[in-house]
Design a protein around this ligand. Structure first.
Ligand code: 9Z3
Length: 318
């Protein structure tokens, strides 16, 4: 049985990540290729790990049922686009099937409305969408073929935390130039693998009585062990506006985050509060066509620059 909140036993008892050695090799290559001095602005290239989408908690090992976390992945996908635009290399750790960078504008339910069949039976994009689709394809190929975007999928809390650990330890050599932007909605409670039903839970046994364990607080481990020098941004989602800022400040201090982005479920697309050492800054979007993420990333890029500068200055003085 896993002791609640113990990171080591969490990893020791989690089912092994599929293709872990291939993922590790891809990560190593991506970090090595992007750890160079930028041709544009002199300094070193920065790498950000963006997490996106919700983690699931399986209730059975051969999983038929699971608990899910609210997140479409739009915030992570949009933020990835703006980080790439700002010159960052991005490791996009995302929930399988969630929103993806450069294709988030494609409507799920009317996807086929984007296409036409011509008289000679060829498929083409409808004229009204051609410009936007061409741009998306161009930007996406540039990011993937240029080696600036690495996409790593997860579904369960077990996969997510193993991936986060692998990414963080691979990025340790990037030091101050590394950033973690943790927008994924991560489960707080889970069923430990070794106490989980193997097969589908049967309803003939009557009501289901189930005790969930607490997921270990990995933000502490990320900050203290895996990536002590990285610039870390976590998100705080609440439904009660009375406790939002207070909970975000607690997370900032307890986990020694550089920034906490606080948002309410009812308004998260319209506004966020950016909290960092004693300061709080509310950002609102002006209209529905604007991405709030564009403003968030501009602000974070500046804060990251200041952080690199002040940490390097401090070191040079010592
Ligand atoms: C967020 O608060 C994100 O902004 C949203 C984005 C999930 C609201 P969408 O993906 O939504 O665009 O649909 N993410 C963090 C949520 C979370 O689980 N935070 C934990 C907490 O609040 C800390 S890791 O306790």
């Amino acid at each position: 049985m896993v002791a609640a909140g113990d990171p080591e036993s969490f990893f020791a008892t989690s089912p092994a990540l599929r293709d872990a050695s291939a993922v590790a090799a891809n990560l190593q290559e991506f970090v090595a290729c992007n750890s160079h001095v930028s041709s544009e602005g002199g300094g070193r290239r920065r790498i950000v790990c963006v997490t996106s989408g919700g983690t699931t908690v399986p209730l059975e090992q051969r999983c038929v049922r699971y608990i899910d976390n609210f997140s479409s992945g739009h915030r992570g996908a949009a933020s990835t686009e703006y980080f790439l635009k700002a010159g960052y290399a991005v490791i996009f750790v995302h929930r399988r099937g969630s929103c993806q960078p450069f294709s988030r504008f494609l409507p799920d339910d009317s996807f086929l409305q984007f296409f036409d069949v011509t008289t000679d039976l060829k498929v083409q994009v409808v004229e009204s969408q051609a410009t936007v689709v061409k741009k998306a394809i161009g930007d996406y190929r540039k990011a993937i073929e240029g080696g600036s975007l690495l996409k790593l999928p997860f579904t369960t809390i077990f996969e997510y935390l193993q991936l986060l650990k692998m990414v963080a330890t691979s990025m340790s050599s990037v030091g101050l130039h590394g950033m973690f932007y943790l927008a994924a909605a991560v489960s707080d409670f889970y069923v430990p693998w070794d106490s989980m039903a193997k097969h589908k839970i049967q309803s003939a046994g009557g009501p289901l009585d189930m005790k969930l364990s607490q997921v270990p607080k990995m933000l502490s481990v990320l900050r203290n062990q895996w990536a002590p020098l990285a610039f870390c941004i976590s998100f705080k989602l609440e439904t009660d506006s009375d406790i939002l800022v207070q909970k975000a400040e607690m997370a900032l201090n307890k986990y020694r985050m550089n920034v906490v982005v606080a948002n309410l479920l009812a308004t998260y697309k319209e506004e966020v509060v950016i909290i960092s050492n004693g300061k709080s800054n509310t950002i609102r979007r002006c209209n529905k066509d604007e991405d709030l993420e564009e403003h968030i990333i501009k602000l974070l890029e500046k804060s990251h620059s200041k952080y690199i500068y002040s940490s390097t200055e401090g070191r040079n003085k010592n």
